[in-house]
Ligand binder design. Structure first.
Ligand SMILES: [Zn+2]
Ligand SMILES: [Zn+2]
Length: 376
């Protein structure tokens, strides 16, 4: 047992609270990570408010980055002193993992939202009792933390860990929806709609601009949709060619106008709002692809108009973690950031770890897109 500081959610809907905890020792497939920073993703407050069920108290956090301090006996590809970004956990053994499709791991739910290790033990105890932990194989609202080797992505030491921490979930999810799912260059995607401009949506816009820069014949129209004018302005700076505020304009009519009556070749919903998902589905044209990233909740059902989908041979699909294998994708994104092509630092604002509730309030109000907690 090692002493650590953790931000716990003591019970459903309770505020986050920075407390002293005890950390279990590392098992063979784990490493001890001293965190520099952990950014906040919408999934953290979603668990706090019961939208994803986990037992309380719980230690969340799934966008951590830090330095490896100790490695388990079975760890061969990391050493003490390595810098790591922490991402989602996968088993590495199932049929999907064997195909390098770790984002579809057959154990994805229990390994990321199970609140415990595979053997049922917990990495963190509070007031002498084990608490739900191993969130995304990391629970990086605890410092230091015990992370599963599958969640650890080694990155270049020249990178600022307080920036690249955000690659672990949200940025990977947005950028991957373009690079790995829509694949605009292969599919001749001229028009793209991005619905919702949180961190995921902004990363989607940034990735679209990168593809457009590399392939001048595609993505001449990148349309960002959000109700927040500041975010629309930001999106224009990140690569959006058009913006729509649904509170001021009719989204479907405006998209028809922008696309010359053809509707969108591709669309990505990052809002997780069911009515927006349905608008997205209705806004793609012949051969178009609509991609769901944000979840409106456990029981939500999107509505697909079947006949237009048949006659237009359209696709509605979902993407998880950008359909990315983090071990290769996160270093790729980190190099794009280093080249100045994926300016994720423009989305971030730093806070001291104990100010997490203020950080989440700022994220929810829309004044900050990606809050980053600093551990010192
Ligand atoms: Zn996340
Ligand atoms: Zn697996």
């Amino acid at each position: 047992m090692v002493a650590a500081k953790a931000i716990v959610v003591p019970e459903l809907h309770a505020p986050f609270q920075l407390v002293e905890v005890e950390l279990d020792s590392v098992q063979p497939h784990e490493v001890l990570v001293e965190l520099k920073a952990t950014s906040i993703c919408a999934t953290d407050p979603a668990v706090q408010h019961g939208k994803i069920p986990l037992d309380f108290p719980v230690v969340l956090g799934h966008e951590g980055a830090g330095v490896v301090k100790k490695i388990g006996s079975a760890v061969t590809d990391l050493a003490e002193g390595d810098h790591v970004v922490l991402s989602y956990n996968s088993c590495g053994k199932c049929r999907q993992c064997q195909k390098q499709n770790n984002f579809r791991c057959l154990e994805i739910m229990e390994r990321n939202f199970g609140g415990q290790r595979e053997d049922g033990s917990k990495t963190i105890s509070w007031k002498g009792k084990p608490v739900s932990s191993s969130f995304f194989g990391q629970s990086s609202f605890c410092n230091p933390t015990v992370a599963h080797i599958s969640s650890c992505i080694k990155v270049d030491k020249s990178l600022d860990l307080a920036v690249v921490c955000s690659l672990g979930c949200g940025i990977q999810t947005g950028a991957g929806s373009i690079f790995n799912v829509v694949k605009p260059a292969e599919s001749d995607v001229r028009s793209l709609g991005v619905f919702g401009l949180g961190a995921v949506g902004c990363a989607t816009v940034m990735a679209a601009r990168i593809v457009a820069q590399n392939n001048p014949t595609v993505l001449s129209q990148i349309v960002a949709v959000d109700v927040n004018e500041n975010r629309l302005k930001l999106a224009r700076g990140l690569g959006a060619t058009h913006t729509i505020n649904p509170e001021k304009e009719n989204v479907k009519a405006k998209l028809l106008e922008i696309t010359g009556g053809e509707n969108l070749d591709a669309a990505v919903d990052c809002s997780g709002v069911l009515s927006v998902v349905n608008t997205m589905i209705e806004s793609i044209g012949a051969g178009g692809i609509a991609v769901t990233i944000g979840s409106p909740g456990n029981d939500s059902k999107a509505s697909v108009p079947i006949l237009p989908f048949i006659t237009g041979a359209k696709t509605y699909c979902a993407s998880h973690q950008g359909n990315a294998n983090s071990k290769t994708f996160i270093p790729h994104l980190a190099s794009l950031y280093k080249q100045g092509r994926l300016p994720i630092d423009r989305l971030q604002k730093t806070y001291r770890a104990e100010n997490i509730n203020e950080a989440i309030a700022d994220m929810k109000s829309g004044s900050v897109i990606k809050p980053v907690l600093l551990w010192r």
